[in-house]
Design a protein around this ligand. Sequence first.
Ligand SMILES: Cc1cc2nc3c(=O)[nH]c(=O)nc-3n(C[C@H](O)[C@H](O)[C@H](O)COP(=O)(O)OP(=O)(O)OC[C@H]3O[C@@H](n4cnc5c(N)ncnc54)[C@H](O)[C@@H]3O)c2cc1C
Length: 379
Amino acid sequence: MAALDIAIAGGGIGGMAAAIALMRQGHRVTVYEQASGWGRVGADVNLTPNVVKALDGLGGQVGAQVRRDGAQPTFRISRDWDTGLETSRLGMGQTAEQQYGAPQVTIHRADLLAALAAEVPERQILLGRRLKSLVQDDAGVLLQFEDGSSARHEVLIGADGIHSRVRSALFGEESPRFTGVVSYRSVVPSERVQDVPEIDAFTKWWGPNPQSQIVTFPLNQGRETFVFATTGQDNWTEESWTSEGDVQELRQVYRDFHPDARKLLDACERVLKSALYEREPLAQWSQGRVSLLGDACHPMLPFMAQGAGMAIEDAVVLGRALAGVALPGVPQALQAYEQARRERTARIQIGSRGNQWMKGPGNADWVYGYDAWAAGLLA
Ligand SMILES: Cc1cc2nc3c(=O)[nH]c(=O)nc-3n(C[C@H](O)[C@H](O)[C@H](O)COP(=O)(O)OP(=O)(O)OC[C@H]3O[C@@H](n4cnc5c(N)ncnc54)[C@H](O)[C@@H]3O)c2cc1C
């Protein structure tokens, strides 16, 4: 079976995972990334057991490297914001390993990207190439870039994030919706929060309304602690992973939270602030030999911590859908891929918006027990 010549627009988490998954099936892959390099931007990525399992199956050193660079929270705990009352607790670490075949791993976004990029030969990643437009014809897909260059490939996967050019080329322009919620992100050395109980767990302090919360978990083998807080604030609309926020504002917003939650905020020396955007589930992801993946087709609020995870699961299922497929079979294989993924990702998009996930006792199996390597896929 001849290998397909596949272009991926976007070298983020989803694009790089897709590159590996497609290469493993013997396809020739070229990644076009708009950035000129990967800075250490962003902060956490929370990889729940379903996602670590998906990464493990990619082979190479991916699974080992994320375990080495990340941390493995002991439990996933929910607490009331004011009383501190525990409202749910799930065993992670060894317990998740036994139950789901993989632990939860919390890791810096840059470390996850590095683990993925290490598996893709450098010559297949073209940096500084921002996709501008595309034209699909019988011979393939013509990609045109902002720098005036162009390239032709047989298949195109749009992994170009929430403002996806590929998505708007296929289905028209439509802006993401500002949710009225902002997030604060901070990474603090763990020795500064030693007196907070169970600092090695993933803990979510549920606020007085669904927009308000403080989440904390270990990073970097526990040497650092990540603090992620959200609140309703409709006068800040800047979407950025690098904008500085104000730590005094952070402490003020959550001043009525339980003292253990406030201790986390007291330890923050600097904080990043970003407005949160999302979109409605998309009814169709593919057209001919072009499809979408990750935030390009299902950007979501971070309340179930599945944004990066869904992109990685997509990548695995996409690789499986295109296994052994020759050029004429591509449109049908892409249909099978999106059919396998649309319902789950839409359910998680909607669930993330509602922000009730594991607030009380419940069964997490439908999210954490999903196996992208075995999930149903029409032939
Ligand atoms: C810089 C950044 C930091 C983030 N930090 C966090 C975080 O700390 N915690 C968290 O939970 N989530 C974070 N996210 C969101 C989370 O990572 C996403 O839900 C998840 O990564 C989805 O993966 P994706 O590959 O679909 O999209 P993205 O991660 O958004 O990746 C899209 C990639 O496509 C590239 N791209 C965009 N347009 C074009 C174009 N026209 N041509 C070529 N390339 C293009 C972008 O530069 C980017 O590398 C971050 C996202 C970004 C972009």
